[in-house]
Design a protein. Structure first.
Length: 386
């Protein structure tokens, strides 16, 4: 690349490749943790970038090794116990889509291991050291490996153990499994999932990304909710318990702010309202945290290939004063929505002592959201990962 830093820090439309890549994985609800394996000498830069783009809370950064195999082994050691699958992806493949990640996850869940790959389309030549063509390679049945490569966690650990025992060094995770005799399934990917290797690749990636971003399908949703204030109930707003002598009455935790956000998201994706999905006649939702409901709404949006672009939320309450609690609420809501905290805007207002909120009989909330369409069609989210 001819740059002073590794290529994953090169910018694509003003944003580092690494950030583009992590954002794609953040849109996949099945994934519970992201481990960034970075060169030791650039670990500080990696952490600074994640902090700048408000991704630090979602990623663990660790120093890698000399070879890819060494780095993946280091990352694998940090995978939580009980996680059924591990996804390995090149940070320099920033155009990976959530839909392709999910197709690999689904295949690996069924078969143990799967990689994204594309059939070789060019004529291949075997070339001698003097640059003379030795022979033409038959391309029938040849595929070009990509990432992600998704493997059952115990299987990948066994493959590493076998490689260490035999002194084998593989070029990717699939080669480690091949060495051990374990089958790996191929999921057909796309040529747009290119790996940034040369400066020209950045120009191609920028053109693809600009085309992708030219006319994305966007949907707007509005949500409103109100709950009565009563004695003997906690006041929970945005997933945060706020000290107050009164709390909100409701079947769940009566988090009026989160309910409004849920309704706005459901409205944007054409999925009705919160009452349809979580009726107050159902005992399983008695006292449930509304943040859990919000996470389910986000899963539903992801299943319809939509993600939250941003949300603008307003709480209408005479008391208590809420501004000091907004940063904590923002963090909680952003985590549930799988977005950066900056995508959640919070405001508070009063009615100048008019109406039920002015008389402190209740609290209401408004939410307006913009939902963006994720790449790919409707996907099956029928299995979960830690």
């Amino acid at each position: 690349m001819g740059a002073s830093t590794p290529k994953q820090f090169s910018k694509l439309l003003g944003v580092p490749l690494l950030i583009h890549t992590i954002r794609a994985f953040r849109q996949v609800p099945e994934l519970g943790a992201i481990i960034v394996v970075a060169p030791a000498e650039h670990q500080e830069l990696t952490c600074a970038l994640l902090a700048h783009y408000q991704l630090s809370d979602h990623c663990t950064v660790v120093s890698g090794g000399r070879l890819r195999q060494d780095s993946v082994r280091i990352g694998l050691a940090l995978v939580a116990s009980g996680s059924p699958l591990v996804v390995v992806h090149d940070a320099a493949r920033p155009l990976i889509t959530p839909a392709d990640i999910q197709r690999c996850l689904k295949t690996a869940a069924s078969h143990g291991a799967a990689i994204l790959a594309v059939p070789v389309k060019d004529t291949l030549k075997a070339v001698a050291a003097d640059a003379a063509i030795h022979h033409t390679v038959e391309r029938e049945g040849l595929w070009q490996a990509q990432t992600p490569q998704v493997i059952r966690t115990d299987l990948l650990k066994a493959a590493f153990a076998r490689a260490d025992q035999d002194g084998f060094v593989g070029t990717d995770e699939a080669s480690l499994l091949e060495h051990g005799g374990w089958p790996v399934m191929v999921v057909q990917g796309s040529g747009t999932n290119l790996k940034i290797t040369r400066p020209d690749d950045l120009l191609i990636a920028e053109a693809l990304l600009m085309q992708k971003q030219a006319a994305p399908k966007m949907r707007i949703g509005h949500g409103f909710d109100a709950h009565r204030l009563v004695v003997g109930r906690p006041l929970i707003l945005g997933g945060l318990t706020i000290p107050h002598e009164l709390g909100l009455l409701g079947h769940s935790d009566a988090d009026v702010l989160t309910h409004a956000l849920c309704d706005a998201i459901l409205g944007a994706i054409g999925a009705g309202d919160i009452g349809r999905h979580f009726p107050d006649s159902d005992p399983q939702y008695q006292g449930i945290s509304s943040i859990r409901l919000l996470a389910q709404v986000i899963d539903l949006a992801a299943a319809k290939c939509f993600h939250l672009a941003n949300a603008d939320l307003t709480v209408v309450a005479e008391r208590p004063k809420l501004a000091s609690y907004f940063p904590a609420m923002q963090t909680i809501l952003a985590k549930a929505c799988r977005v950066e905290p900056a995508a959640i805007n919070l405001k508070a207002s009063t009615t100048e002592k008019m109406g039920y909120t002015g008389r402190e009989e209740g609290i209401s909330a408004h939410a307006v959201v913009l939902m963006g369409e994720s790449a790919g069609g409707v996907v099956d989210n029928g299995f979960a990962m830690e």
